[in-house]
Design a protein around this ligand. Structure first.
Ligand SMILES: Nc1ncnc2c1ncn2[C@@H]1O[C@H](COP(=O)(O)OP(=O)(O)OP(=O)(O)O)[C@@H](O)[C@H]1O
Ligand SMILES: O=P(O)(O)OC[C@H]1O[C@H](OP(=O)(O)OP(=O)(O)O)[C@H](O)[C@@H]1O
Length: 216
């Protein structure tokens, strides 16, 4: 039997991803060691391999088949635009992609004037405003602390993730429009889904059952 390889997003989603897999009997004790510098972990019994990578790289590993399966946020899937199958909403990591800014920017969004939009997600931001038709925007790519942009005058609005809303509140900003809801998703390589159909379907069934029970 060949190994089934999982690419998991490190950071915010990692702990819940590992906990979810553990609940359906997919474990890798070695990976839990907080001090390890090892990058890839093998469970010989299950014939599975696991690695944690930067979230934005997960779709790349999966598209090229370096990983059969990935777990990553919907935001990253939309932004990266890779060829892969999104097979399941895992129901954690819930948040929203939103257009945010000071209350005064609300009026600007109704007009035809060009506005500047700062975001860590330039593809999502561009698609959203392209579909709104009436507004031309200049997208400015940032890599973090995006809420700073309207405060210091780099942009009129931002497109960013909102979870509790406290970052916005503490910086005098608000949600102006919702782009889409987000959560962690399971993605699968297109060839792997055919070649490893049975194993992957069993895994999806186990996860579905678990998620249904949890939502009861
Ligand atoms: N409050 C939140 N802020 C940001 N991402 C969140 C939040 N809640 C859930 N998520 C999900 O977690 C993922 C982000 O995880 P994390 O912040 O570790 O990665 P990252 O944005 O790639 O980090 P960095 O760029 O700082 O390395 C997002 O892709 C999103 O799907
Ligand atoms: O609505 P909240 O619960 O406040 O969460 C949303 C904030 O969290 C994320 O930032 P992150 O901590 O990933 O830092 P970054 O801005 O440097 O990417 C996101 O970009 C928002 O800034």
């Amino acid at each position: 039997m060949r190994y089934l390889t999982f690419a998991l997003a490190k950071g915010r989603l990692a702990k819940k991803t590992l906990a979810l897999l553990e609940q359906i009997g997919i474990t890798c004790e070695e990976m839990k060691d907080p001090d390890t510098r090892k990058l890839i972990f093998v469970n010989e019994e299950l014939k599975m391999k696991f690695f944690l990578s930067k979230a934005t790289d997960v779709p790349t590993y999966v598209e090229y088949g370096a990983a059969d399966i990935g777990v990553v946020g919907k935001d990253t899937i939309l932004e990266e635009g890779r060829n892969l199958y999104e097979v399941m909403d895992l129901g954690f990591g819930k948040c929203r992609m939103c257009v945010c800014g000071p209350a005064s920017a609300r009026e600007l969004l109704k007009k035809n004037e060009i506005i500047r939009v700062a975001s860590k997600y330039p593809v999502i931001a561009k698609d959203y405003f392209n579909n709104r038709k009436h507004q031309t925007v200049e997208i400015i790519k940032l890599n973090g602390s995006v809420e700073l942009a309207p405060i210091v005058g780099l942009s009129e609005v931002i497109v960013d993730i909102v979870e509790t809303g406290s970052t916005l509140r503490e910086n005098g900003l608000e949600v102006l429009e919702e782009v889409c809801p987000l959560s962690a998703r399971m993605v699968v390589n297109q060839v792997s889904l055919k070649m490893e159909n049975e194993r992957i379907h069993r895994l999806l069934e186990d996860l579905n059952r678990l998620i249904k029970e949890e939502n009861k």
